[in-house]
Every structure is written in structure tokens, then in C-alpha cells.
Ligand binder design. Sequence first.
Ligand code: FMN
Ligand code: SF4
Length: 552
Amino acid sequence: MSKKKNRPRQLSNPQQQAQGRPQQQAEMAAEPMVRKTRIFVPRDAAALSMGADAVAKAISAEADKRHANVEIVRNGSRGMLYLEPLVEVETDDGRVAYGPVKPADVAGLFEATFLKGGSHRLSHGLTDEIPYFKDQERLTFARCGITDPLSIKDYRAHGGFEGLSKALAMMPLDIVGEVTTSGLRGRGGAGFPTGIKWKTVHDTKADQKYICCNADEGDSGTFADRMLMEGDPFCLIEGMTIAGIAVGATRGYIYIRSEYPHAVATMREAIRVATKANWLGRTIQGSPHDFDLFVRVGAGAYICGEETSMLESLEGRRGLVRYKPPLPAIEGLFGKPTVINNVLSLASVPIIIAKGGEYYRDFGVGKSRGTLAFQLAGNIKQGGLVEKAFGVTARELIEGYGRGTRSGRPIRAVQFGGPLGAYLPDDKLDTPMDYEAFIKVDAMVGHGGIVVFDDTVDMAGMARFAMEFCAIESCGKCTPCRIGSVRGVEVIDRIIAGIERDQNIEVLEDLCNTLTDGSLCAMGGLTPMPVMSALRHFPEDFNRPARAEAAE
Ligand SMILES: Cc1cc2nc3c(=O)[nH]c(=O)nc-3n(C[C@H](O)[C@H](O)[C@H](O)COP(=O)(O)O)c2cc1C
Ligand code: SF4
């Protein structure tokens, strides 16, 4: 389990943050005597989808009407998506939260003296004390929702660029060593040790190397990459630059799915701001290190999240999986050694370098070190992002933070790790979130996506959906996946219809074994996981005639 002693303290009050920072104190002393009240309204896509822009506009208009001296900061999301748009007001005691706020609530909030943290039916008290938020262990998301995402000053005031400043003075191999010590494993799903990948690229000689960030985030129920890019883009920039220094790469690409226009715009602007401030570009902060960063927008295929397919897409071709070897670490983008990491793997690096690999390793259990941003989605009362050390149980997340289903009905199944992950029944929810513990129950943690279903779910339908998803998204390069998935849908249809059930279940098992053993990549290789887990844990759903008879 994680150790309490080294927890980062989240300071949301600027007076607290400025302690021990003489330069900042001087800046604060120079501020006008009448301080503006800072109001935070998220610019995160989830908050925007719930009307955050209209709320910000309404607050601004109401403040003008009342001659109130306010500054509206468009921050990232705190991750409590069930409260979005979550409006926070900065008070002497810290930030006070109100949500979900609608434009029509704004006049009432002013009446209730919310600028002083006054009570209102939408008030949740101090944000840091909200139970959903209070016990989280925010390492990667420490700044998300706290800072103005595009302010370098704000970023630095909250520990930003401490890792990179250190890295600029370190030997590349020592940086790789810290990442290895941290125990960081790829957050994109496969959980491959990041330090080993970086060492391979470091050791491979080449005139050009690349850092590619995988921000395709195609898994169902996941949004952590997006939240990080929209809420703390400099953190990803910092992590990628550190990776560049560590392995000797001078160019980086962030491959963002086309469905994330806000993340694309935020990252592009953050790169511009960071380059202007010389945290990117030539001779970074007077060091001998150069690093340039570019955003590329994906073309909307799930398979483009598979790393070699992503490379094809980055090079301007259709997303088609490449044979391995050669590994991308040896021959990746444009045939050059390439680090490919997920957004959250790279965004975990700044704190690892700033505080040391051992600090990060102190969180977690077994071989799952550090924290993971768990994403609670589907039929859940309190959906959102919970960053916790590995070892927290699925039930603690779903029933503790998530408060069970939104429908109020019993939980029947939970899918972990995206569309290729297993469906687990209620009696497996005490499994700790740990890569190895999940393998033991024939499931995977993946990118931390958790999608909840209540007792109205038809699990045969979900199994069919998983197989059909593979048939639709298959890149078509290998036969087991391209043809096997289409046959799989047909077989499942026969099982559901009660046609030669036993024989067809045997055919399905056989087909799934072929997909697992014979597919070129994990798309075909893992599709059997949701299919077979549904059949194993919920066999009663696969016999519709029998169910219909029983219901009569
Ligand atoms: C079908 C498929 C889709 C994938 N989608 C993503 C994705 O959206 N984002 C991601 O980071 N990794 C994705 N991966 C995993 C990547 O291939 C790769 O393992 C990862 O980007 C490596 O980074 P990491 O070691 O930091 O996790 C996918 C893999 C497969 C097989
Ligand atoms: S398993 Fe599917 S997605 Fe992967 S290479 Fe084969 S056909 Fe393409």
C-alpha cells in the first residue's frame, strides 16, 4: 500500500503556495491593494459539454451588474465530472466548490455571497475536503484543475518544470535510471516498464531519435489523457522533453485523436507558450539541449492507438499494424529509434525526476508502482477521475468514490481496461487494482477505464458487441482477426438463438483460442477477453429461448 508520509500536499491557496518562494512573494506584494476574487470555471471538454462557457459568461455579466471585482480563471477539471460545471471561488480558507452550476443559478449564487464562500444548495464546501477528492493521491494530476492550464507562471508556482530543470543538469543514463527505479509501467494498457524502453532507445545509435506520445485514447470509458492535456498541458510537454534528454531525441510528436479538438487546441497553444519561454526549442534554458514538439491529429480509427499503426498514421499512411521486430525503440518513426509512450506515462515523469524514483515507487503494491488515474464511467452515480496508488480495490473505487450505479439498481458487471478488457461480476470487485492481481482473475487493468453496468445489462449482447467491435475496427492485416471476428459474431448469434448451443460454444472457444494465439497485435489477441469473460461469468444470458421460457 502507499505510504502516507510522503504525500504531496495540495495547496489551493496562493498565500500558502507562495510560502518559501521569495520571488513570488515579491510579485504578490506588487499586486493592487483591492484583490480581485478569483472564480474558477473549467474549460475542460467535459465541463464545456455541460455548459461551462455559458456559466462563465453568466458569472461575468452578473459581476458587471453588481460591480463585483472578479477574475474568471478557466482551469482544467478537478475530475469530479458528476459536479461539472464545478465553479470554485478562492477564499482565505481555500477554494469553495459549487456545482453542478447552470447559468440560471448564477444570480442566486451572488445573492448567497458565494464570492465569500457563502452557503447555497449547490455548495460543497472546500474543494479539497470533498470526500471524492480528499483521499486521492494526486501525483500525475496534482495540478489539474488547480492552475490556469496555459500560464507558465502558475505552472511554475505549483512545482512545474522542477523535474526538467533537474534533468537539464543530469546525465541521460541517470534520468533513465530514475525512471527505472520508479517502477513506472506504461499507462497505455500493456504495462511495459518505461525505463527498459527508454534504455533501449538510449543505447541505440542514430543521427535522429523521436519521442512519440500516444494520445489516441480510444478505450471506452477513458478520458484521463484528455483531462491531462486540457488541464495541465505543460506537464506532458515537460515529461516529453525529459524523455528527449534521456534518450537523445530532439523531436517529439503528440498523436491526438480527432475527437479531442479542445485537447488539440490546448496542446498547440501550450507548445507555443513553452517555446516562447524557452522551455522548448533551441538550447533550453541555456542548456545544450534542443527539443521541438508537434501535434498531429489522428484520423479516427481505434487501431491507430496501437503503437506501430500510430507510426504509420504519423508518417501519413493508413493505420496498419507493423510486424515486430524491429521494435519501434530500434526502428520506429521514419525508421529511427523512437520512444512511444502514453500521455500518462510521460506526464508521470516530471514528478519522478523532481522527487526521485524512490518517492514514486513508495506508492503502489507488488510490481504495480505509483498511482493510476482510474476513470469511473458507465452507469455510475459519481463518474469521474480518481488518482490512487495501485492496490485500491475495484469496489472501493466503484462503491466508495462512485457510490454505485446511477440507476440505483444492483451492479451486475464491470468492464475494466477498455473494449478489449474483461467483464467481471460483483464477486470479483474486491480484487486490488494491480496488474498481476487482475491477470489472476483473467482480466486487465489497462488504461484504468472502469465501465459499470447494472442488472438490466444483456451480457450476451455485450459479448456480441465486443466481437463486432473487433470486426469493425480490425486493420485487416492478419487473418485470425479480420475473418475470425466476423465468424465470431455469427457464432455468438447462433448461441444466443439457441441453435446447437453446445457445439457452437465449442466453436466459439476454438475461434477465440485462434484469435489469442494467431493475431498479429492485441486487437485480435485480446478480443476473446471480453467475449469469454461474459460467457464464463454470465452463461445464463447466452440462452435466450430458455430465458424467454422461464419468464413465461
Ligand atoms: C488496438 C490497440 C489500441 C491501443 N490504443 C492505445 C491508445 O489509445 N493509447 C495508448 O496510449 N496506447 C494504446 N495502445 C497501446 C500501444 O500499442 C502502446 O503499448 C502504448 O502506446 C505504449 O505506451 P506505454 O508503454 O506508455 O503504455 C493500444 C494497443 C492496441 C493493441
Ligand atoms: S490483430 Fe487485427 S488489428 Fe491487429 S494486425 Fe491483425 S488484423 Fe490488424
